[in-house]
Write a protein that binds this ligand. Structure first.
Ligand code: ASP
Length: 318
């Protein structure tokens, strides 16, 4: 059995590549890195890698993580600038015994020494988004932060090895140095080949309050199917946050166990995710939470066409 599951529609090209590799017996580490790089490299996805939206100071600071479910090795970078593929740097760091999570300048120094590709990650399109947002915030008092989508994946290869990985530019207009859940073990991702893995997208500050990826793996270890584990963890954290704080941020989670069974849960409308397994061709689903149960529907051709059209449409300065 093999399989790969990922947050958001933007992951489908990447998981299609990974699926082809996994079919041929590739390693879950190589497959997931290839899939995430595909998303990082695509300039029109404005929340990951090249073309990612900048922080308050108009700098693109990226977070990424990689975890090996066999050895439990973890590597992560946070607030790294000017490198093309944060996921590859995170994976490289996962081979280190210590110093495996590096931030900012330290991460950049490491990447430079290891010969990773340097790249100015701020595109003209992202600059327009930035300037438009600055104007909107001044004129309409809207929240500067809305607009964020992390790519997170869990992968199982034919040898039974599992991996998890994330990559993101974090919240649009975040403070310089702000780090979300995505590079944080247990919050943005977690995987154990003996059980399964999970990964998150949404409001990092709230996802971290529940160490929610670890919680899902823990529930799967207790015997829950990934779908039940995701729903249980998301509904519980959503309730706790509302009870204690009056509101809950966006929480969307994907998971897969070591049999290739998967699950997804969200507390928002219209969360999309992509999946490919030995039994399923790469496919995009949309999901919604109806009274605590998450219902997944295959995305229509019209939805898919519209998605690409809006992502690549010319962008005007407001
Ligand atoms: N979780 C990410 C963060 O808080 C953002 C996202 O998933 O959209 O940085």
């Amino acid at each position: 059995m093999w399989g790969i599951i990922a947050t958001w529609r933007m992951a489908v090209e990447g998981i299609t590549k990974a699926d082809e590799m996994l079919k041929e017996g590739a390693d879950a580490g190589d497959a997931i890195e290839t899939a995430i790089k595909e998303v990082e490299d695509f300039p029109y996805y404005k929340s990951v890698g090249y073309g990612g939206l900048p922080n308050e100071e108009m700098e693109v600071e990226l977070d990424a993580a990689y975890m090996d479910g066999d050895t439990l090795d973890i590597g992560a970078v946070a607030a790294i600038k000017d490198y093309a593929n944060p996921i590859s740097i995170a994976r490289r760091l996962s081979h280190e015994k210590v110093n495996c999570m590096l931030v900012g300048e330290g991460a950049e120094k490491f990447a430079h020494k290891e010969g990773f590709e340097r790249k100015n990650m701020l595109t003209d399109r992202a600059k327009i988004h930035y300037r438009n947002r600055v104007k909107e915030v001044q004129q309409q008092e809207i929240k500067p932060y809305s607009g964020h989508d992390t790519v997170g994946m869990v992968c199982l290869d034919t040898h039974g090895k599992m991996t998890a990985a994330t990559s993101t530019s974090g919240l649009f207009m975040k403070k310089k140095g702000r780090v979300g859940d995505s590079p944080i073990s247990g919050s943005g991702f977690y995987v154990d080949s003996k059980v399964g893995g999970a990964s998150a997208t949404g409001l990092g500050e709230d996802l971290m309050k529940g160490c929610i990826s670890y919680e899902i793996v823990r529930l799967m270890k207790e015997g829950m199917h990934p779908q039940e584990a995701c729903e249980t963890a998301v509904n519980k954290l959503d309730e706790e946050l509302k009870e204690r704080r009056g509101k809950a941020g966006d929480l969307s989670l994907i998971a897969m166990n070591n049999k290739g069974e998967w699950g997804v849960a969200t507390n928002i409308e219209g969360f999309s995710f992509a999946i490919a397994t030995e039994n399923e061709k790469p496919i995009v689903y949309l999901t919604k939470n109806v009274d605590g149960k998450c219902i997944h529907e295959v995305a229509s051709q019209e939805w898919l066409d519209n998605y690409m059209k809006t992502r690549t449409a010319p962008l005007e300065e407001k």
